[in-house]
Design a protein around this ligand. Structure first.
Ligand code: HXC
Length: 510
């Protein structure tokens, strides 16, 4: 028996060092942790249970017969995050560059199947060179099977991807089908084809960072939902994100104790909206003063900043916040921010997370740039997402709610459950200047008349009362009481049950 135990220890020891000390040192020299170090940093201490540590590839082509590396380039298993079960796979760059073989794919597939069967989140840590070139179609087939499972799990369990090194070729499409992608700055990049192929095909000279670094994907392409400075920070933030999420689409998000009083009033909010309707203010302040303990996990913070999306808690429970940001483009809806918010609203709806919407929106962004870019279709995504959502929806209009954007942003007409307005709310088809120029065009040569018409319009429409008279706004509230009003609304809606008509799936404009 002692001989057997010794042999086991020896084999485990071999597996644990992956591609060997030299490659581990090279990994560290690049400022990266190894796959196992990452798994340990992410999970609760000593909670990791590994699967398939001894799996070997079965490729015999191109000299691979004698290349034996236990684990085959990916570390897989499950563990806990603050006591809650999470499945994990981490690409091991020290083993053949973390490249994906048929057996490597089988390890990931096993974890995906277990996560789905047991309805727990799955997180993938990427640091790899794509399909294992020596394996040909076996590697491509392996990717296909991983992709298929990403799709089946979508909307059932949360799927998170963290890009911590290279992520090229086949490796990019699995993350692309998960709910969230995060990156590590300056040492991770994602692209379908790398700089060399780009040079050959398009004759462009571009570095890996310029082509697919964290700054590109968090600000330009919107592929990534956020980026962090190093592996440890990224993994700790992922633990924080997991705490906001339910295990699956039929579970509630964990309820956290909070010392923050549910009815905390904040008098400073009474002066958040400036007297001048054209002056900006920071909507994040309202979010931070509404959530428990100011704890807000922002999604896509650096992209389309005219809308804010992210998770916070109210009364200890997770809420998805969507808010126009007057500080950026006056909070206007454009294509990018509509897509960003639509995806977020759909995630919340899929996972039973109530949506709180803060509205200050002057409308949709005019111009050829937007129209040629498909603003109609992208704006429709957000409209569609709000309209189909059946989770509790609470909306607060702080200032402008103009035009179609009024309808889109969680209005009563899209089955908003509780729609509040601050006294400063202005709900109308458009602002006074544009409105008067159109409906009183014949008086344009008479400044006195125009001034009178403008005043009339502002008195009548630029207030919450016309909407409140019709029941489109349920209550006009004091800004200071926003947190307590939202909390009570969400308590009231806790058992909300609303079902859409049966369909195979909808046909959201893509
Ligand atoms: C086999 C690979 C590999 C791969 C890297 N390695 N990528 N082995 N298949 N795809 C091996 C290297 O031979 C090397 O082995 C070790 O991993 C580390 O690689 P290096 O090149 O030394 O590291 P680095 O300089 O950091 O460069 C990393 C890299 C580069 C940028 C990822 O290796 C690279 O460009 N690899 C190929 C990327 C690629 O084209 N993949 C195929 C994509 S096509 P040793 O033994 O020396 O340590 C694809 C199609 C799927 O994925 C489509 C499905 C939809």
């Amino acid at each position: 028996m002692s001989q057997i135990l010794e042999d086991l220890e020896k084999r485990r020891g071999q597996a644990l060092i992956g591609g060997g000390q030299k490659r581990i040192d090279a990994q560290h020299a690049r400022g990266k942790l190894t796959a196992r170090e990452r798994v340990d940093a992410f999970l609760d201490e000593n909670s990791f249970e590994e699967f398939d540590m001894f799996v070997q590839h079965n490729c015999t082509d191109f000299g691979m017969k004698d290349v034996k590396m236990p684990g085959d380039g990916v570390v897989t298993g499950w563990g806990t995050v603050n006591g809650r079960i999470v499945y994990i796979f981490a690409k091991d760059f020290t083993v053949l560059g973390g490249s994906l073989s048929w057996t490597h794919a089988q390890k990931i597939i096993k974890i995906q199947d277990m996560a789905l069967k047991n309805r727990a989140p799955i997180i993938g840590l990427f640091d790899a060179g794509g399909a294992r070139i020596q394996e040909g179609v076996d590697a491509l087939g392996g990717y296909g099977e991983v992709f298929q499972r990403n799709v089946l799990a979508s909307g059932v369990i949360p799927q998170i991807s963290v890009i911590m090194g290279p992520c090229a070729g086949g490796d990019v499409y699995s993350p692309a089908m998960t709910d969230f992608i995060f990156m590590v700055r300056d040492r991770s990049y994602m692209f379908v084809t790398g700089p060399d192929v780009v040079k050959t095909v398009t004759n462009e000279d571009v570095t890996s960072e310029e082509l697919g670094g964290a700054s590109v994907h968090t600000t330009k392409s919107s592929i990534a939902d956020g980026a962090y400075d190093d592996d440890i920070e990224a993994l700790l933030q992922m633990r924080r994100l997991i705490d906001f999420l339910p295990a699956n689409n039929q579970a509630d998000a964990p309820e956290l104790d909070t010392y923050d009083a549910w009815d905390r009033a904040d008098a400073s909010l009474d002066s958040l909206v400036p007297d001048n309707p054209n002056k900006a203010y920071d909507m994040k302040e309202l979010i931070l003063k509404t959530v428990d303990e100011g704890d807000f996990f922002e999604i896509q913070e650096a992209f389309a900043q005219n809308i804010i999306t992210g998770f916070g808690r109210v009364d200890g429970r997770t809420v998805g916040f969507v808010a126009n940001q007057p500080m950026v483009l006056s909070g206007v809806l454009d294509s990018d921010c509509s897509r960003k918010a639509a995806r977020f609203v759909r995630f919340c709806d899929a996972f039973n997370i109530p949506i709180v919407t803060f509205v200050d929106v002057p409308g949709f962004l005019p111009g050829t740039d937007q129209e040629y870019g498909g603003l109609i279709k992208h704006g429709a995504k957000l409209l569609f997402a709000y309209a189909e959502a059946t989770v509790p929806k609470v909306t607060v209009i702080t200032r402008k709610a103009y035009g179609g954007a009024y309808d889109v942003m969680g209005s009563k007409h899209l089955r908003g459950d509780m729609n509040f307005a601050w006294p400063s709310a202005q709900i109308a088809v458009m602002g006074s200047k544009g409105a008067v120029e159109i409906i009183f065009r014949k008086d344009m040569d008479d400044p006195a008349k125009i001034a009178e018409r403008t005043q009339d319009y502002e008195r009548r429409f630029l207030s919450p009362f016309v909407a409140a008279e019709r029941g489109f706004v349920d209550e006009i509230i004091m800004p200071r009481s926003t947190r307590s009003k939202v909390t009570r609304a969400l308590r009231m809606l806790r058992n909300k049950k609303l079902e859409n008509p049966w369909k195979k799936h909808d046909n959201i404009p893509l």
